[in-house]
Design a protein around this ligand. Structure first.
Ligand SMILES: [Zn+2]
Length: 452
C-alpha cells in the first residue's frame, strides 16, 4: 500500500521522466539508422543505477540499445514478473500539432508530446515503480524485471524479436505486462476497464499487377497496369470478409454499455455493418477491426515515364488477421476480392519473411487476478475485461514463448476510449497527470498482489 504523499512524489517522478523521454526524440521511421533509442536506454540506466538491481544494456545495432534491470526475488521458485515498455516513438507531422511534438511541455494538467500515450507514459511509470520498490528494500518472492526495449514501432527486429530468442538468459520471466489498456468506460452499470489479452496477426501482402507497355499517346484498348491496379485497389477496399462475433468481441461489446438495440445489432453478423456505419468513426474503426480481417492499401508504386503506358504496379496491402487465420486464408481473401479475371494479371507474395499469427493469453492466471484486484483498488467495483488489440505489440514474442502477457495501464476517466485510441500515432498526443498517477500506482499494487 503506497500512501498519498509517496504517490504524489512518484507521480512527479513519472511526469519528469516522461518529459525527458519525449525530449530524447527516439523517432523510429522503420529504417535501421533511425530510433536512436540508446538515448532513452542511457537515461533509464542512469535512473535505475544504484538501486540494487542488476542492469544490462542489450545491444543489437549501434544507437539502438535496450535495457534490462532485474530485482532478484527471495524465492527462486516464484514466478518472475516483467514490466516491459518500448522506448521508441513513431514520426510526427509537426504542422498538425498545436505544440512542438518533442517539447514534453506541460499545459494545465497534461503532458504533451509524441509518446505521451504510446507508450512512454507506461515505460516511465514502470521505471519509477521499479525504482521505488528497489530503493525501498522490499523484496518480493519473484524477480521483477524491467525491460526498456527499442524498435517496437517497426516490428521489433532490432529489439524484442531477436532479444527474446538470443538473450532469454537476461529476459527470463513468467508474466509480462506491457501496452496497452486501462481506459475506463463509464456507463449506467458502472465502470469497465479493458485490458489486452490478445492481438491480431500481421499478414501484409505485396500485390504485383502487370500490363503491357506502349506509347502514352495511344492509350485506346491498351493494358495499362496503373488502371488495373486502381480497379484492384477499389475491389480490395470494398471487400468485406464478414464479421466474426466471438466470445472476446461479445464481452467487449457488452462492456461498452450501448443501448440494448445497438448492442443487439452489433452482435448480429447480419446487422453489424449497418450499426458500425452509424457510429462515431473512432470507435467504429476499432470495433470493426476487432471482428474483421482488415485490408488497408497503404503503398502503391508504378509507372516509369510520362509518355509510357505502365506495365507494372506494386501494391503493398497491410492485412491484419483474426485468431486462427493463416497466410493461406489471406491469399484466399485477396483472390476473392480481386476476382478471377483480374487475378490473371496479378502475383501475390507475403510482405514479411515470417508469418505472424494472432496471439492470445488466458485470463486464468494469478497475474490476471492481481491485475483485476489492483484496478479495483483505484476503481472500486469496476469490471475488468479482456480485449484484443488491433495492432502488434512486443507481447506477441513472449506469448509465443508461452509467457502470459497482458496489455495494461490505468487511465483517468477524463479520456474516453475513442479519444484515447485516436491519440495513438495521432496529432496532439498527450496524457493527463491523473492517468500517470493511476498507472504508476497500478504497478506497485500489482507487485503487492501477485505473490500475496
Ligand atoms: Zn506502443
Amino acid at each position: 500500500m503506497t500512501d498519498d504523499t509517496t504517490l504524489d512524489r512518484l507521480t512527479g517522478e513519472t511526469t519528469e521522466l516522461l518529459q525527458a523521454m519525449i525530449r530524447n526524440q527516439c523517432v523510429n521511421d522503420g529504417t535501421p539508422e533511425s530510433g536512436h533509442e540508446s538515448r532513452n536506454a542511457d537515461l533509464l540506466r542512469t535512473e535505475l543505477e544504484g538501486t540494487g538491481a542488476d542492469i544490462e544494456t542489450l545491444k543489437i545495432l549501434p544507437g539502438r540499445d535496450s535495457i534490462v534491470a532485474r530485482l532478484p526475488g527471495t524465492d527462486p521458485d516464484a514466478p518472475a514478473l516483467m514490466l516491459m515498455g518500448h522506448t521508441d516513438v513513431v514520426p510526427v507531422s509537426p504542422e498538425g500539432w498545436k505544440v512542438d511534438p518533442f517539447s514534453g511541455e506541460r499545459i494545465g494538467d497534461e503532458i504533451w508530446g509524441r509518446g505521451a500515450v504510446d507508450m512512454l507514459n507506461v515505460t516511465s511509470s514502470m521505471a519509477v515503480a521499479f525504482r521505488h520498490i528497489a530503493k525501498s528494500g522490499t523484496r518480493h518472492p519473484g524477480d521483477i524485471v524491467y525491460f526498456g526495449v527499442a524498435d517496437e514501432e517497426a516490428g521489433g527486429r532490432f529489439g524484442a524479436m531477436p532479444l527474446v530468442e538470443d538473450r532469454w538468459d537476461a529476459l527470463q520471466c513468467d508474466y509480462v505486462l506491457t501496452e496497452y489498456g486501462g481506459s475506463p468506460l463509464v456507463n449506467d452499470d458502472g465502470i469497465t476497464v479493458l485490458l489486452t489479452t490478445a492481438e491480431k496477426g500481421g499478414a501484409a501482402q505485396v500485390v504485383t499487377v502487370s500490363g503491357e507497355p506502349g506509347h502514352g499517346s495511344m492509350p485506346y484498348r491498351t493494358d495499362n497496369a496503373v488502371a488495373k491496379a486502381a480497379e484492384i485497389v477499389r475491389r480490395i477496399e470494398d471487400y468485406n470478409p464478414g464479421a466474426r462475433i466471438d466470445e472476446l468481441f461479445t464481452s467487449r461489446i457488452k462492456a461498452q454499455g450501448f443501448d440494448a438495440e445497438l448492442e443487439a445489432k452489433l452482435l448480429d453478423p447480419g446487422r453489424i455493418e449497418d450499426a458500425l456505419a452509424e457510429m462515431e468513426p473512432a470507435l467504429a474503426r476499432n470495433l470493426h477491426s476487432c471482428c474483421h480481417t482488415s485490408f488497408s492499401n497503404n503503398i502503391i508504386n508504378g509507372g516509369t515515364k510520362i509518355n509510357t503506358i505502365p506495365d507494372s504496379v506494386e501494391l503493398q496491402v497491410d492485412i491484419r488477421i483474426l485468431p486462427g487465420e493463416t497466410e493461406e486464408d489471406v491469399r484466399n481473401h485477396l483472390q476473392t476480392a480481386i476476382g478471377p479475371e483480374l487475378m490473371g494479371s496479378v502475383e501475390i507474395r507475403p510482405y514479411f519473411d515470417q508469418e505472424s499469427m494472432s496471439t492470445a493469453s488466458s485470463t486464468d492466471t494469478p497475474m490476471w487476478s492481481a491485475l483485476v484486484d489492483s484496478i479495483q483498488m483505484s476503481y472500486p467495483g469496476a469490471k475488468v475485461l479482456p480485449s484484443m488489440v488491433t495492432g502488434g505489440t512486443d507481447a506477441r514474442f513472449f506469448r509465443r514463448k508461452g509467457v502470459p502477457s497482458y496489455g495494461a495501464g490505468l487511465l483517468s476517466s477524463n479520456i474516453g476510449l475513442g479519444e484515447f485510441m485516436s491519440r495513438f500515432h495521432g496529432h496532439n498526443e498527450r496524457i493527463d497527470i491523473e492517468s500517470l498517477r493511476l498507472t504508476t500506482k497500478l504497478w506497485l499494487d500489482v507487485c503487492d498482489r501477485l505473490w500475496a
